[in-house]
Design a protein around this ligand. Structure first.
Ligand SMILES: [Ca+2]
Ligand SMILES: [Ca+2]
Ligand SMILES: [Ca+2]
Ligand SMILES: [Ca+2]
Length: 228
């Protein structure tokens, strides 16, 4: 087959006419063969988290991960009905979701806590109050129904128990106290060295706290306790 029929020189270069009359411009220099392959590898992404850096979602507290750290058993500046409160310390190493948390005792008390924000960070102190207001100047992260004869939660001025119960029924922490424990107008707190769900079962770990409240009562709600 005759491939090259006619060729002629033009200003633009040599046009070669082939038998299918296609036009090929030979004046353009042949480009060097591109041996590189398309790069399918995505560029490194510095912002992408590795598995090691991903934070687990908040979960319900397990036994010992919340510690009963301070109690206002017998307020004087305001009534027990509005002035009692319970402080809890998170001893967990992860964020906790306290949705459905309950406060109870060994008798009739059992009350679900209504929390402003159920997510608690490791090492955080939260204060759960009988009343969000009229409590003597305490800043509360949650409230419960005060009821001293069942259907709520109350701290007896004589002897009582405090049981912290997770939504799934797990007892997270518990303490009990007897006659002579409470002090009128003063909270009782766990010494910083005893902030542990087992250690707080020891009476010597508890003592009356300082710290002025606007009601004239004394305590350290939401702040670190005094040593004992
Ligand atoms: Ca009680
Ligand atoms: Ca009381
Ligand atoms: Ca305990
Ligand atoms: Ca405290």
């Amino acid at each position: 087959m005759l491939l090259l029929l006619i060729g002629c020189e033009t200003d633009q270069g040599l046009f070669v006419y082939t038998d299918d009359m296609a036009v090929t411009d030979t004046s353009a220099p042949a480009s060097p063969e591109d041996t590189s392959q398309p790069d399918d590898t995505p560029p490194p992404d510095d912002t992408q988290d590795t598995d090691d850096e991903q934070v687990a979602p908040p979960r319900a507290p397990r036994a010992g991960e919340l510690v009963i750290s301070e109690l206002m058993v017998n307020p004087v500046g305001v009534s027990d009905e509005t002035g009692e409160w319970v402080e809890l310390y998170s001893a967990a190493s992860v964020e906790l979701d306290l949705s459905g948390l309950r406060l109870g005792d060994d008798g009739v008390d059992d009350a679900e806590v209504a929390l402003i924000d159920p997510i608690v960070s490791p090492g955080e102190l939260i204060v759960l109050c009988a009343s969000a207001s009229s409590n003597g100047g305490v800043s509360c992260q949650g409230t419960y129904l005060y009821q001293s004869f069942g259907g709520g939660f109350a701290l007896s001025n004589s002897e009582d128990e405090v049981v912290v119960i997770a939504a799934d029924g797990t007892v997270v922490d518990a303490i009990q106290y007897s006659e002579g424990f409470s002090v009128a107008g003063q909270s009782l707190g766990v010494a910083p060295g005893c902030l542990d769900a087992s250690a707080n079962d020891t009476a010597s770990c508890w003592c009356a706290q300082s710290g002025a409240l606007s009601s004239g009562d004394v305590g350290n709600p939401g702040s670190w306790n005094d040593g004992c």
